[in-house]
Design a protein around this ligand. Structure first.
Ligand code: NAD
Length: 308
């Protein structure tokens, strides 16, 4: 029987540091682990005593980090848009981790850029077919990570020493309106949607899920011009290391399920992250009623797939 209970509303305290004893010995898969928040996560989980398998398309950076981290980390060249490439990432994580398990999967790899709905044509030109690269990485890639995580998690019993935790990288753009960026925005709403779906099957699957929705973080994601532009508007950037801290907080506490933490400048939160608490509706509201009906009908899990 899974030991994780069904999802319940409730804000997580993010002012106390994580208990890293609970992270020790876990086998952690991270996509996009060779730069930015993924790299910080790779380093932080290794420092906390986990075995980390990190994948990235940037092989040069990945190999360099692997060499620095020693035997508790392995790099696997992985393109999340290629399911077989992700399969190899998870297979190697299970095969080479001391525990022969996958306990935690962090779907972090992502890209951004100019939006092909808004840009790409001179005025008067017939439109080109949109570029789906952002969706391929940020949505299709994440679906692949989630599917493999579910399979590999279920290869081991859910016992007190083991975890089955899925973390997906959304964004402030998954919670707010971003003019001119519909495709990136859609991709990050999709990440949030995935977390909200998985948290509702936790009681069936024994898999918990959380999301991160970072505010601006100065990584390789955005071009120097975009970073400079945001800074010129007075935006206070968050620290990539605090995203890793938020992931450790989630992994260290098996009672945390179905929550989204934002990553912010430490002027706003003592550890650089807090529970956003915007993925539930007020008790008794119409939206809450509809939510409860959706939970009780749940046709996707109650009606046979061939009849849907
Ligand atoms: N930096 C921000 O302000 C910010 C804010 C909110 C959300 N995010 C999200 O956080 C995540 C991490 O971004 P970051 O800021 O650390 O950026 P980053 O560019 O520093 O790191 C992303 C990593 O993903 C890798 N990657 C890209 N495409 C890949 C693919 N197809 N397969 C495997 N790896 C791939 C890159 O090579 C890179 O190493 C992304 O999902 C991003 O959308 C970033």
């Amino acid at each position: 029987m899974p030991r994780y209970p069904a999802y319940k509303k409730g804000v997580v305290d993010c002012t106390t540091p994580p208990d890293l004893n609970n992270v020790q010995g876990k086998s952690v898969v991270i996509t996009g682990g060779a730069s930015g928040m993924g790299e910080q996560a790779t380093r932080a989980f290794v420092a906390a005593g986990a075995f980390v398998t990190f994948g990235d398309v940037n092989e040069t950076a990945g190999r360099k980090i692997e060499a620095q981290l020693g035997s508790n980390a392995q790099f696997v060249r992985c393109d999340v848009t290629d399911f077989e490439s992700q399969r190899e990432l998870f297979r190697r994580a299970e095969a080479n981790s001391p525990s022969k398990t996958v306990d935690v999967a962090i779907a972090n790899a992502g890209i951004t850029g100019a939006d092909s709905i808004f840009y790409g044509e001179e005025s008067g030109e017939e439109p080109q077919a949109p570029d789906f690269k952002i969706l391929d990485v940020n949505v299709n890639g994440v679906i692949g990570t989630c599917k493999l995580a579910r399979y590999y998690f279920k290869q081991h019993e859910l016992t007190p020493g083991r975890d089955r935790c899925f973390i997906v990288m959304s964004s402030a753009a998954g919670y707010g309106d971003v003019p001119g960026g519909p495709i990136y925005m859609m991709s990050k709403f999709a990440a949030r949607a995935l977390m909200r779906c998985i948290r509702r099957t936790t009681f069936l699957d024994g898999i918990r899920a959380c999301a991160l929705a970072p505010w601006y973080v100065d990584t390789n994601l955005m071009s120097p011009s975009v970073v400079q532009h945001a800074k010129s508007k007075g935006v206070k950037f968050a620290d990539a290391a605090d995203a890793a801290g938020a992931m450790l907080r989630i992994v260290s506490d098996p009672s945390v399920n179905g929550r989204c933490f934002t990553i912010v400048n430490r002027e706003e939160a003592p550890l650089g992250y807090y529970d956003m608490d915007v993925d539930d509706y007020p008790d008794g509201s119409r939206a809450d009623e509809q939510q409860n009906i959706l939970l009780s009908t749940s046709q996707r899990i109650q009606v046979r797939p061939e009849d849907q």
